[in-house]
Design a protein around this ligand. Structure first.
Ligand code: IPM
Ligand code: MG
Length: 371
């Protein structure tokens, strides 16, 4: 099959990790006889540097015309430390989400057996954790009215939600729960916020359409604690934009590294796939960043295109890299592999799936098997 894939490497480690995901996609195309047409666009700090605009029209149009978008990361410390900056890299991503209507952000969180020892959390508590977080992505406080009083003494960020905005993502979260453990937890702050009360009311009303799904509710402060105390209690979590941003970073600790968390941002017309880690500027250009989240985002992209076998192969390749310890320094401090080498391994695995040679690691990492 033929698909147009927009690639937006972005800032920091974005280009390095996205290059590995692209390598995996190229291998998939070759093995499974697909044609993926890649076109690259600028977004973020690199786009500001080159065009003055964090989301140039060219990039927006490219994304609109694509079947799927693979995105790296956004952000640069030179903007983070300047609260007066009027133009910021993140505005590019936020505008892209809004313009494309990518209202549903899906963030899967799994405790990988191979990494369980590395998690700072107790392993019996996190073993077998498998959560999917549905984060609303184009509403709430992120997109509300923002004001700063003339004297600079008062700032305002408005938060609003409509029933329609809540319903469209809630349907997707309920459907996901139906295909999983049939449990949906709405995370909100309904004891304080009016918007949260609307979420509760709307989601409760919808639940009659999904009688096989058990719905429960947690206040976000409690949810933050429960995620660490007993993450296995969760199946699908549904929440608004800001709470989802915060708890998904928190949940990444369960997986052993934020370098493993992929995400999909889906709308009615377009879909974007990105690792949830940021631009990690300290590692930029060092060839040390973990590419697995980007590679797993490519797997989610394939899922979205209906290429399920292909997506599963990438997931298997990632499992194998964890098993063999062909991983970067964040999860393999003893014998770390470079970003590129991990990407090479995934690519090789896709080309050599039948190869269960015991020397797999040596053969495919270009090491001698003769000692
Ligand atoms: C994320 C990021 C973004 C967000 C930033 C880069 C604007 O943290 O995708 O989680 O807050 O949504
Ligand atoms: Mg975030």
């Amino acid at each position: 099959m033929k698909f147009n894939i927009a690639i937006i490497p972005g800032d920091g480690i974005g280009p390095e990790v996205t290059a590995q995901a692209k390598k995996a996609l190229k291998a998939i195309a070759e093995v499974y006889d697909h044609t993926f047409v890649y076109k690259e666009g600028l977004m973020g700090a690199c786009a500001i540097d080159e065009t003055g605009n964090p989301l140039p029209d060219e990039t927006l149009n490219l994304c609109k015309k694509s079947d799927a978008i693979l995105f790296g990361a956004i952000g640069d410390p030179k903007y983070d430390n300047d609260p007066t900056a009027k133009i910021r890299p993140e505005q590019g991503l936020l505008r892209l989400r809004k313009e494309l209507g990518l209202f549903c952000n899906v963030r899967p969180v799994k405790a990988y057996d191979q990494l369980i020892e590395r998690s700072p959390l107790k392993k019996d508590r996190i073993k077998d954790t498998d959560i999917t977080i549905f984060r609303e992505l184009t509403g709430g406080i992120y997109f509300g009215t923002k004001e700063l009083s003339e004297d600079g003494q008062t700032a305002f960020d408005g938060c609003s939600y409509t029933v329609e905005e809540i319903e469209r993502i809630a349907h997707l979260a309920f459907k996901s729960a139906q295909s999983r453990q049939k449990k949906l937890t709405l995370v909100d702050k309904a004891n304080v916020l009016e918007t949260s009360r609307l979420w509760r009311k709307t989601v409760t009303a919808l639940s009659s359409q999904y009688p096989d799904v058990a719905l429960d509710f947690l206040f976000v402060d409690n949810a933050a604690m429960q995620l660490i105390l007993n993450p296995k209690q969760f199946d699908v979590i549904l929440t608004e934009n800001l709470f989802g941003d915060i708890i998904s970073d928190e949940a990444s600790v369960i997986g052993g590294s934020i370098g493993l968390l992929a995400s999909a941002s889906v709308g009615n017309e377009n879909a974007l796939f990105e690792p949830i880690h940021g631009s990690y500027p300290q590692a930029k250009g060092k060839n040390t960043a973990n590419p697995l989240a980007s590679i797993l985002s490519a797997a989610m992209l394939l899922q979205h295109l209906g290429l399920h076998t292909e997506a599963a192969i990438i997931e298997k390749a990632v499992q194998k890299s964890l098993e063999l310890g062909i991983t970067t320094e964040d999860i393999n401090s003893d014998q770390p592999f470079s970003t590129n080498k991990v990407g090479d391994f995934i690519e090789d695995y896709i080309f050599n799936q039948e190869d269960n040679n015991i020397n797999f690691q040596n053969l495919h990492m270009g090491r001698s098997t003769i000692i």
